[in-house]
Design a protein around this ligand. Sequence first.
Ligand code: ATP
Ligand code: MG
Length: 247
Amino acid sequence: MNQRPTLTVDFAGLGIPPGSYALPTRGSHDNYDRLERHFTGDLPLSDLAPADIEFLRDHFAEQVTEHRQQAMNYLRAKVPRRFAAAHPDEQATAWAGQFAADRHSVKSLLVIGPTGVGKTHHAWSVLRAVAETGTQLRWQMHTAADLYAGLRPRDGEDSQSTFERIANAHLLVLDDLGVCKWTEWVEEITYRLINHRYEECLPSIFTSNLPPKQLGDTLGGRVASRLTEMCDRIVLKGDDRRKGGAK
Ligand SMILES: Nc1ncnc2c1ncn2[C@@H]1O[C@H](COP(=O)(O)OP(=O)(O)OP(=O)(O)O)[C@@H](O)[C@H]1O
Ligand SMILES: [Mg+2]
């Protein structure tokens, strides 16, 4: 069957998360010609009849469900056991909705707060919320320390391609930023990574237990300045939840 490119469907207007979808075929709808004019960009969604729009929503619904299941399976395969039950709160769900609607204009997140308040938990809950939207994407989640360890030059390892894969992820979570020993090499890698994501408007979720005033001193002015512009801050407060007395 001849399937047309999906790029011209106004998925955002239909409230359907980004992804690649099979279009309806000729014969599946009474007024296919009108749909076709939408697919070829001649007719905006707003000029389609309500019945056309309902037809399109129904047509894509099954594929959205399938994408959601795939995204949830991917998440389940990756999430560490401790955070498997990290469910999104309203804020995380709202962010995921914005991300699904337009991943290049959503602001990145900087989740800060002292040890044990739930920063990593929050980051995983956002990844779950994104999976629940059914958006087709590949995200990456790394602690900063693991990231640097994986990027250290080694014989036989192409650390540049690893860097590019991480730097270009549709969504990157970098946990524990600024926690490890801050050498010149670490600063340079961090700058290159964050600058790339900043320039390409690629969303990221950073967590750090550095107090806000220390971010610039530790990460360097250039990194801190970019984080300030690209991120909304989520400040988590409270006790260390790992301690018995935590609420
Ligand atoms: N909202 C929450 N509901 C239930 N449990 C939570 C919540 N947030 C965090 N926890 C639990 O509290 C513990 C500490 O959370 P987490 O590891 O996310 O803290 P953190 O802020 O990342 O700490 P650190 O700065 O040491 O990395 C974990 O066992 C986590 O599962
Ligand atoms: Mg953590």
